[in-house]
Design a protein around this ligand. Sequence first.
Ligand SMILES: C[S@@+](CC[C@H](N)C(=O)[O-])C[C@H]1O[C@@H](n2cnc3c(N)ncnc32)[C@H](O)[C@@H]1O
Length: 570
Amino acid sequence: MAQAGGERVHLKGEVGSMLTKSQPNPTGCLFQQGKEEVTKEGGKKVKINKLTFRQYMALVYIFSKLNTKGEYPKKEEIKRVIGFSSDRMLQITLKALEEKGFIIFHGLNCNPMVEITEEAKKYSSVLVDKLFLTNRYVKYDDIKDKIGTIPKKSYIKVATSFLELDLDYLNNSKKIVHRWCDLLEDFPPSLVWSKFKEYKLAPGHIVLDPFAGSGTTLVTAKLLGIDAIGIDVNPVASFISEVKTTWDVDLQMFKKEADAIISALIKASGILDEVRITTKAFENMDTMELYQWLKPRTQNDVAFTKERINEVKDERIKKLLLLALIVAAREASNVSFCPGTTFYPFRKRPSFLDAFRNKCEEIYEDLFTLAKIDKDYGEITIFNADSRDISYIEPNSVDFILTSPPYPNDLEYTRQTRLELYLLDFVKNMEDIKKIKMKMVKGSTKLIYKDSCSAKYIKKFDSIQKIVEKLKRAFSDKKWGWDYPRMVEEYFGDLYIVLENIREVMREGGYALFVVGQQTYKKILIPTGLILAEMAKDLGFQDITVETFRTRRNTLHDIPLKEEIVAFRK
Ligand SMILES: C[S@@+](CC[C@H](N)C(=O)[O-])C[C@H]1O[C@@H](n2cnc3c(N)ncnc32)[C@H](O)[C@@H]1O
């Protein structure tokens, strides 16, 4: 099968053949020989995965320009691709590339400013990217006209479907539907399953997950025939939960549409190799941000597929295909989530096409299996909203809550889902992102704004105040970006409001289970579970228990961090 996406680059010629060793330089500048380790050309081992994003952008541009135009780029061009207009930042970037052994940096006013080292030339096949430099653009409609009629072909394999139709096996071992898409910090489907069994939940009960994430609680509830409500403030999370709990679709139609899209993508791949597609898909995303996520060739695949999905009439099928699109885009991306959002441009990734096809197959197989089971699945209602206000839920109506709020671990969820937020048109700019961040539980310092004001609700808790004081002392020398004391206060203040709210909507005798994680900053432990238990007691909840669910190791120190399940009854 033809491959689209990935990291294919077509070298016009050998980059190395265009280069000469340090020649007399036309501007008469003295070459800066730099540090000893760099001047021994080829002597230094270059580590391609050690490049930062800006260094990568500069290097790819240098390689690509040399390869396509036979010349080194000018100062202003590299400034443009690294997103800085100052000489200082350009100098820092080029010096870093020199120190890492990729280039010889002659100086900003020299011509050429840089030369590629022999060692770096070995990587020309991954560093030359002709789409990076092209000014040839083509519209989606023109590509469609060019590829003409597309033969009917089946790429989605006819579902073999799981032989076992046992729900326990499907949920816990096969992770049916759960596997379509996960988000960082989701909890395992088997945990939800075992807790549903332990608390004897059954059809007729109402379950709530006020921090639904990728919908693990909701999918399990639906599978067991239990109605559930899910809330998440991040529209990407709500979208994922909604799609994962909409099982009533015309499967033959889904297969037909998915096959047609894959066929079109394969047929268009020759064009998408050569020219950029003008598209609305990324028009709102900052260019630097976009390149951090996707290489130009993958951008072409994603944009083409999105345009094609937009032609699908059936809204449910369209959303399933969009889910496959965002998961495939992420799988083919440069970004990895451990730790944080890290840029790995040279990590081996599946092509977008393969990832998209696999996802469509998974979706088809799971929906096919679910349709074979004779069962009334639960009804799921999703709200894209802030759980600090759930006044729209009927008081005393919820039987059971199983949820996992953000942890106070400085993880910023809109950063993890930035690509999807733009791809699904939920945001147009940073202002829109800020609006989402402002409504989030403050598990990260990056979520705190001038008017964040939940700290006032937890002043009465000595345990929290003691931690805040310790953190203040530990971070007294830091001025910016380290506001952990404030984050901790806001975080527990937010959770206190949520606990107050859920008390209203829970039925008398109903249970709530919160899965939370401990955290440390400068070895100061934040015992999230114990503090949550204390706040639950303050609000009049009973039968409070704290159970260790698993233990994580922090990469920075040796203190094991517990993830705990705090359970309490109204
Ligand atoms: C730890 S994740 C939940 C993971 C989920 N249990 C799963 O299995 O995917 C926490 C979620 O809380 C959401 N969130 C943060 N602040 C919120 C708020 N104020 N209201 C509702 N959801 C919020 C985040 O967007 C994130 O999806």
